[in-house]
Design a protein. Sequence first.
Length: 278
Amino acid sequence: MRELDLSEESNVLYLKTYIMEKIREKMEARKIFPIRMTKPDWMVEDEEEEESVANLGHYHNYVEPPYPKIPVIHKELLYDAKTVEEGVRLLAKSIVNTEDRLLFSGETLGWEAFGIEGLSTATGRHTMPATGTWPANLLVDVLEAKRLLEHGKPCVLIASPHLEPALETTYWYPVNDNKEPLTLRNYLLKENIINGIIITENLYCDDGGIDSVLLVIPGEDGFYALQGSPIEVKIWQERGEWWITVHETIVPVIKNLESIVEIRVVSYTPHTLHPPTL
């Protein structure tokens, strides 16, 4: 990126747009979380508290349900023309990781978030242990998890990156009397067992581990994100230096626990899947 004169409004607008694009292109949770805006007059700032989600900002109190506290995800960056691209990349990653972790997982051991529950920590969600290592037991586990969900509704699988090789394992599937090789990922989607897959580094168990997989039914009937303040980029000058601030307020709301199944203690062991016997 060329050096920008931020005293010119057009350059400020360009940089804001560039930052928002970098944030939006990395977001995963918003693929399945509908966004519901709140009324601005619901919020009153509590200046006495200095806590934050992942130490990224203060919180606001909400006069209305569902939560008395909602975090402000916040990050600042000193503008440096020589390192602005890397700086913006790290800023966007910080904002996205915090939002995704809050929505997917909520508070977990080692990561305080005002007791907010996400998909993987919602009290009363369906849970089941993995029957064995993946990919050998992937289909058995996914089919059982789907059985526990509300019948017949499209669902999405959410997993951590270390389990992605299990999904990419070749699975042989007969098509028109021939045996056409498919990966397990493609098989699950082709057969409408699941309707989408999200691989994210921001899915955590309640104990802070990363060995759970979720099957969820997206949609506002099951869960949504309550947003008091949308993502906003501010660029301002202080003592001759330009600063970039990004902040938002957002919190997950889980309405229907029947829309979530957690498969617990999932591990990956390389395994060759043999063609099924017909």
